[in-house]
Design a binder for this molecule. Structure first.
Ligand SMILES: Cc1ncc(C[n+]2csc(CCOP(=O)(O)OP(=O)(O)O)c2C)c(N)n1
Ligand code: SF4
Length: 257
C-alpha cells in the first residue's frame, strides 16, 4: 500500500501505513543470503495472489535449489518436486484441479539444466500454468557451479578460468526458446534489483496469473536475480554486475505477449 507524497515526519506523526507485508508471506526469517533477489520475487508472487483474491485457490510447486524451502515461506498450498520436475508435477496438479491457480518456482539449474525436458514439453503442451524462472546465472545452493545460463567468461566454482563456450556451449536463452512454442502465450524477462524493475516484475507476474485465469496456456516469467554469495560479491556489487553483464546478454522485456 503506497501513500501519496508524504514526508517521513508526517508518516510518524500520523501513523500512515506506507507499506504492509502481505499476509501470504509467513512470519519468520527467510533462509536466503542478505541481498539475494529470491525473497523479493517471493513477495511479489504472494502479493499478486493476495490482490487477485486467489490465495485459497493457489498451489505452488517448490523446487530444488536455494528456494527449496519456499513452501515454508509462502502461505498457499505447496507441493515439493524433485530437481527439475516442477513443470511435470504442476501439469498433474493442474489437470486434476483445473480451477486452481498453479505455479512453479524454479532456478536456472532446476529449469534450464536438469529440468530442460520437463520445461520444454510442458510449454509445448501449452499447460495452463505459470512458470516463475529465477535466473541468477549459477547454481547457488550447491556452491556456485556453472549453470547453463552462466555468462561467457564468467567464473564459477566449476569454471575457475571463466566459462569457455567452446567446451561448455553458450549461455542458454531458454525463455526465448520456449517463446517460439505455440503453447506459450506469454514469455517475458524482468529483474528485481531496482524499485522500478520490481514494479514491472510484479505486473508481469500478475499478467501471467491472469493468463491462467483466462485459460490462455503457459506463461513464463524469467527474473534476472543476483546471487551475491555465489558470485562472491557484496549485494551492491552484484546488482551493478547484473546490470552491466547479465542484462546485456539477457535483455529485459516481453519476448512474447
Ligand atoms: C537429482 C538431483 N541432482 C542434483 C541435486 C543437487 N542440487 C541441489 S540444488 C542444485 C542447483 C540449484 O541451482 P538453481 O536451480 O540455479 O537454484 P539456486 O540455488 O541458484 O536458486 C543442485 C544441482 C539434487 N538435489 N537432486
Ligand atoms: S546462495 Fe545465492 S541464490 Fe542462494 S540464497 Fe545465497 S545469494 Fe541467494
Amino acid at each position: 500500500m503506497i501513500a501519496d507524497v508524504i514526508t517521513p515526519e508526517e508518516i510518524i506523526k500520523t501513523g500512515t501505513i506506507v507499506f504492509k507485508k502481505t499476509e501470504n508471506i509467513n512470519e519468520g526469517a527467510l533462509s536466503y543470503c542478505p541481498g539475494c533477489g529470491h525473497g523479493v520475487v517471493h513477495r511479489l508472487i504472494m502479493e499478486v495472489v493476495e490482490e487477485m483474491g486467489i490465495t485459497a485457490d493457489t498451489i505452488g510447486v517448490a523446487p530444488v535449489g536455494c528456494s527449496v524451502l519456499a513452501y515454508e515461506f509462502m502461505n498457499v498450498d505447496m507441493q515439493q518436486a524433485a530437481h527439475g520436475r516442477a513443470p511435470a508435477v504442476a501439469t498433474g496438479i493442474k489437470r486434476v484441479f483445473p480451477n486452481k491457480f498453479v505455479f512453479t518456482y524454479q532456478g536456472d539449474g532446476d529449469l534450464a539444466a536438469i529440468g530442460t525436458a520437463e520445461t520444454i514439453h510442458a510449454c509445448n503442451r501449452g499447460e495452463n500454468i505459470v512458470i516463475i524462472f529465477i535466473n541468477n546465472g549459477i547454481y547457488g545452493m550447491t556452491g556456485g557451479q556453472m549453470a547453463p545460463t552462466t555468462l561467457e567468461g564468467m567464473k564459477s566454482s566449476t569454471s575457475p578460468y571463466g566459462r569457455d563456450v567452446h567446451n561448455a556451449g553458450y549461455p542458454l536463452k531458454i525463455t526465448e526458446m520456449v517463446a517460439m512454442l505455440p503453447g506459450v502465450c506469454y514469455a517475458t524477462r524482468q529483474a528485481v534489483h531496482k524499485p522500478t524493475l520490481v514494479n514491472k516484475t510484479k505486473r508481469a507476474i500478475q499478467k501471467a496469473f491472469e493468463n491462467q485465469r483466462d485459460n490462455k496456456g503457459t506463461s513464463i516469467v524469467e527474473v534476472l536475480s543476483n546471487c551475491n554469495s555465489g558470485w562472491k560479491m557484496t549485494p551492491e556489487q552484484s546488482n551493478i554486475w547484473l546490470e552491466e553483464n547479465m542484462m546485456v546478454y539477457f535483455p529485459l522485456g516481453d519476448i512474447k505477449k
